[in-house]
Design a protein around this ligand. Structure first.
Ligand code: SAM
Length: 329
């Protein structure tokens, strides 16, 4: 098992398939993009599946989420999902995507055994989308959401980040849209992970503010029936349920004490946290001929060093040098 020194056990593996993205969301990267990892440094599909297999077969990983960057940009995605859902014991296999191109691959992904999908959608307004993501692709995302739902990847979850003065007036319309479509919406507080270091505490729309805005239009009751467990989202029943909305207060309501996540970057580094400053290099070990036992031992040692919390509120907090797109969100 991947146990750390505080007794937490990592069972939820997030794998970045690429650091590249076809959007330029301002909370993530600058409009001109970033220096992408050279192809030779990216894990191959075989290497990804091997590491995931070691995690599932030997280290107790029960949930695998493919993310990025934008995971739909990885041509072998359907193949990777097919090979992941064939592992024993069968892990839950999930995808976080911006939805562009999902209309084309939702069906093949469902056939490959993908269990569910999270699609990022921060606005209902195409002009705001263009301002926020620097690309005119709003319609593709809406189409991708519908395709995921039609392919049975339900419940489709929607991730939204609100930014002050940009889309923070859209909390209520976004929830109304998701309720109408049968999607489950989760708001995520903006975290200091953008490559251009533009995050400010004042600019962040907090969980309290989000709940205040939603409460002006909906009756929200904490979803006591569902144990929060290690789930980052606090969930609320909307107007008596059964529909729910989630709020992930990563900064103001941290959930590090219950964290069960571990991450693998697109270049094969184990990271214990989005905000970790240390990584453990499984790719070089693998390419130098490490056995599965060796890889499992290195991974176990890496997780044993997981820190108690992300420390954003600590005066000594330093933003990690890798931005979100390079870590895998
Ligand atoms: N490209 C995919 C997508 O858009 O969902 C997957 C990667 S993206 C990094 C994963 C999630 O992280 C998205 O929902 C995105 O909105 C969120 N995200 C990115 N930067 C963030 C930040 N600074 N704070 C909070 N959430 C962020």
């Amino acid at each position: 098992m991947l146990r750390d020194s505080f007794g937490r056990v990592a069972t939820d593996l997030r794998v970045s398939l690429t650091d590249k993205c076809n959007l330029r969301c301002t909370y993530c990267m600058p409009p001109e993009g970033l220096d992408w990892l050279p192809t030779a440094q990216l894990l191959t599909a075989d290497e990804i599946v091997r590491l995931v297999r070691v995690g599932v077969e030997r280290l107790g990983i029960t949930e695998v989420r493919y993310t990025g960057g934008e995971p739909l940009l990885r041509r072998e995605l359907v193949d990777i999902v097919t090979r992941t859902t064939a592992l024993e014991p069968r892990p839950q296999v999930l995808l976080t995507t911006n939805g562009i191109g999902l209309a084309r691959v939702a069906e093949p992904l469902a056939r490959a055994g993908l269990d569910r999908v999270n699609v990022s959608l921060d606005t209902l307004d195409p002009a705001t989308f263009k301002r926020l993501a620097h690309r005119d692709r709003h319609a593709d995302v809406i189409e991708g959401l519908a395709a995921a739902d039609a392919a049975g990847l339900r419940p489709v979850k929607v991730n939204a980040v609100l930014m002050r003065g940009v889309n923070d007036h859209e909390a209520v319309p976004l929830l109304r849209f998701c309720l109408d479509q049968g999607y489950e919406l989760r708001f995520i507080e903006q975290m200091p992970l953008d490559a251009q270091h533009g995050w400010t505490r004042e600019g962040m729309i907090t969980a309290d503010e989000i709940l205040e805005r939603l409460s002006s239009a909906f009756d929200l009751a904490p979803d006591d029936l569902e144990q929060r467990g290690s789930a980052p989202a606090e969930r609320f029943l909307v107007d008596g349920g059964p529909a729910r909305v989630g709020v992930i207060g990563s900064v103001t309501r941290p959930f590090c004490g219950a964290c069960d996540r571990v991450r693998l970057t697109a270049d094969g580094q184990v990271r214990n946290c989005l905000f970790a400053t240390e990584e453990s290099d499984l790719k070089s070990a693998m390419r130098a001929g490490a056995s599965d036992d060796d890889l499992a031992a290195r991974w176990t040692a890496a997780v044993s060093r997981k820190r108690a919390g992300h420390g954003i509120d600590d005066p000594s907090f330093l933003q990690p040098s890798r931005p979100m797109s390079a870590i895998g969100g």
